[in-house]
Design a protein around this ligand. Structure first.
Ligand code: URA
Length: 201
């Protein structure tokens, strides 16, 4: 599997858990294959399931307005979900479904190679910040292996709760500086001799 298109085809045929049986379409994710930022949500809802695209309902509209607050359009970032098929009646994804779907998220990360991964909500956070609590770590970045991981509340939750809404809006505004930090690091590494890079200078 070498491109996102190949990956989407494979996800479309996925039967690793039973969600494909009740879903209308797979929702693999979308965005440029060289996106610097990847947003990872929870699971497709009704509208996503109908259209085969992530974050196209109310939460998606809110995500777009959050992106606009940092001068980004949705087609400039990569958007994915932990689970690629809609759970029936929008129930939470089950542990087995998340485990079954995890290789697809990993492949997306391998192919896109984002500098920053933004988790939206608890299920996505758990994948990258195991054992952490969202109310404690939201809005904080953690650098690992050249990638900045950043946890945010889920836009759907924040849409209806004023305190979370303020938090998600504030957290979003931190993204440009964290991304710039990763870019600056990369530029510095590129201009250094290999030996210095090996020693992490
Ligand atoms: N909520 C999610 O987590 N993902 C979507 O794609 C839509 C709503």
């Amino acid at each position: 599997m070498s491109t996102l298109t190949d990956l989407y085809r494979e996800i479309g045929a996925c039967q690793r858990c039973s969600l494909y049986k009740t879903a209308t379409r797979p929702v693999p994710g979308e965005g440029p294959d060289n996106s610097q930022i990847m947003f990872i949500g929870e699971a497709p809802g009704f509208h996503e399931d109908q259209q085969g695209r992530p974050f196209v309902g109310a939460a998606g509209q809110f995500l777009e307005s959050l992106l606009a607050s940092i001068k980004l359009k949705r087609d400039q970032v990569y958007i994915a979900n932990v689970v690629k098929h809609r759970p029936p009646n929008n129930r939470d994804p089950l542990p087995g479904e998340i485990i079954a779907c995890r290789p697809w998220v990993q492949k997306q990360i391998e192919l896109v190679k984002p500098k920053m991964i933004v988790t939206l909500g608890r299920y996505s956070m758990e994948m990258f910040f195991a054992g952490k609590t969202i109310s404690k770590i939201h809005g904080t970045g953690q650098k690992r292996d050249g990638v900045m991981y950043f946890a945010m509340y889920h836009p759907a939750a924040a849409l209806h709760q004023q305190s979370l809404r303020q938090a998600i809006e504030t957290d979003m505004l931190k993204i440009p500086a964290l991304l710039a930090e990763m870019e600056a690091k990369e530029t510095k590494n590129e201009s250094q001799p290999t030996q210095m890079k090996m020693f992490g200078f």
